[in-house]
Design a protein around this ligand. Sequence first.
Ligand code: SAM
Length: 219
Amino acid sequence: MNFAAARRNMVERQVIARGVTDPQVIAAMLEVPRHLFIEEALRAQAYGDAPLPIGQRQTISQPYMVASMTEALCLRRHDQVLEIGTGSGYQSAILAKIVRRVLTIERIPELARQARRVLDATGCGNVQIRVGDGTLGWPEEAPFDAIIVTAGAPTIPDEYRRQLAIGGRLVIPVGDRSSQMLLRVVRTGEANYREESLLGCRFVPLIGEHGWGNEGNGL
Ligand code: SAM
């Protein structure tokens, strides 16, 4: 299979044709080999228009969702970004190609270990991974220019608002356990935030102290 051609096709049909225009997002999606973030048996589907299983009952997000969430963060090269839900590491790699430093938190150690391996193999040394409860954020490293949450939350944890720099952007799916609305929150001042709804989405639940309980997940 010609992965580079499949990737170009993915970017043209699923990303650009659906309205993503940020050149740095398009360049990163063209560069990062998505098939390496997926187990070998599923690689032929790596550039399809869908999320895929990555083990531990978790998923790598649909390419279009990765592109639109990244675009919604309005990133600049010198930014420091916090991601919650490392999963396969693919979204972290996209961020790493655009910004100076990415910090990412994953609650499942096996996923964090596998993501570290692939991120190292794909030249993403500017990504730091922590295993733990991402609903607490990463207070020692705050403030963040952008925070991206790649699991669905019941409400917006206050920690994220507090850990945003002034001018910082938070993108987070909020709703019930199976479907959510993608929200963007911009910190416009010390105690001022502007919030807008972007699009409907379906993410696995954000599980933790300020998220959902882990009933039914067995993990
Ligand atoms: N960004 C990922 C990627 O590119 O593959 C997709 C992430 S997947 C949709 C959601 C991830 O969030 C899962 O790996 C899950 O274990 C993780 N997660 C859920 N709750 C979490 C929490 N409180 N802290 C950190 N990770 C969490």
